[in-house]
Design a protein around this ligand. Structure first.
Ligand code: ADP
Ligand code: MG
Length: 254
């Protein structure tokens, strides 16, 4: 029986072959901020890979470098050492203009404090990424299509009855829904959400996470979410803990 090939071996082999390229990854990234003469190290060599369609949460104490890591992944900042890859291709060292285009096309951002423009209606706020992305002429030509797209996105986040409201006329939960609609209207591949429930009560926070989970399941949207709330983090497929600029533990949510 010594000639029998171990089924375990062939399984291992198949798994190696089938291993998909991560959707987005940070490889050995280091980042320090300058404070006057001093350099304050924040990330000390972080490795993180996110699969296509995965919902990953990053937890860690305040100041552990979570936002810094998100900024590097989303091309809002560049690492000092290491690299960021999109589908296996390095993207952090591209020319600034190419990075800007890539950022607008690939990533949608949601922040703790919504960052809606106070003078604009909900509809206009959601349209801003499309205005930024297209030339004035192109935007004008396609404005009906874009307005329809924005309206449908707003309906998907449950705010169809608030189209003409200004941010000041919306609740915290509604503002975060609006921010999610704005992040998704340009059809990004990856949603980066930095403490999206940090300013909301527990029930409203759960509603926002449920909305993100639905978008992840139905549209295979890749989501990276930063939170310091373990219960919120557990809603993701997988949790990574950042501790003083290093990845400490990985865990699969039940
Ligand atoms: P977290 O999101 O986990 O709270 P951050 O990534 O925002 O942590 O910050 C990590 C550390 O880097 C903190 O000590 C913070 O003060 C510092 N830091 C963040 N952004 C800057 C910046 N632009 N300039 C200088 N220091 C910064
Ligand atoms: Mg932060």
């Amino acid at each position: 029986m010594s000639t029998t090939i171990s089924p375990f071996n062939s399984l291992l082999q198949r798994e190696t072959v089938a291993m998909p390229v991560p959707h987005v990854a940070a490889l050995a990234v280091q980042k320090a901020y300058r404070k006057g003469e001093h350099s304050v190290p924040v990330l000390h060599g972080v490795d993180i890979s996110i699969r296509k369609g995965e919902f990953l949460s990053i937890i860690g104490q305040s100041g552990s470098g979570k936002s810094t890591l998100m900024h590097l992944i989303g091309l809002l900042d560049t690492p000092d050492v290491g690299e960021v890859q999109l589908e296996g291709q390095r993207i952090d060292d591209l020319p600034a203009r190419t990075r800007d285009e890539l950022r607008n096309r690939v990533f949608g951002f949601v922040f703790q404090f919504y960052h809606l423009l106070p003078e604009l209606s909900l509809m206009e706020n959601v349209l801003t990424p499309l205005m930024i992305r297209h030339s004035i002429w192109n935007y004008w030509k396609r404005r009906r299509e874009f307005q329809e797209r924005a309206r449908s996105m707003i309906e998907r986040v449950g705010l169809g009855h608030r189209l003409t409201h200004k941010p000041s006329e919306l609740s915290g939960g509604e503002m975060q829904r609006a921010a999610i609609a704005r992040a998704l209207v340009a059809q990004p591949e990856i949603l980066l959400a930095d403490e999206p429930t940090g300013n909301l009560d527990a029930k409203t926070g759960r509603e926002i996470i449920d909305l993100m989970s639905r978008l992840n399941e139905r549209e295979q949207l890749t989501i990276v979410m930063v939170t310091h709330d373990k219960a919120i983090a557990a809603k993701a497929h997988r949790t990574v803990k950042l501790c003083e600029g290093r990845i400490e533990t990985f865990s699969d949510a039940a």
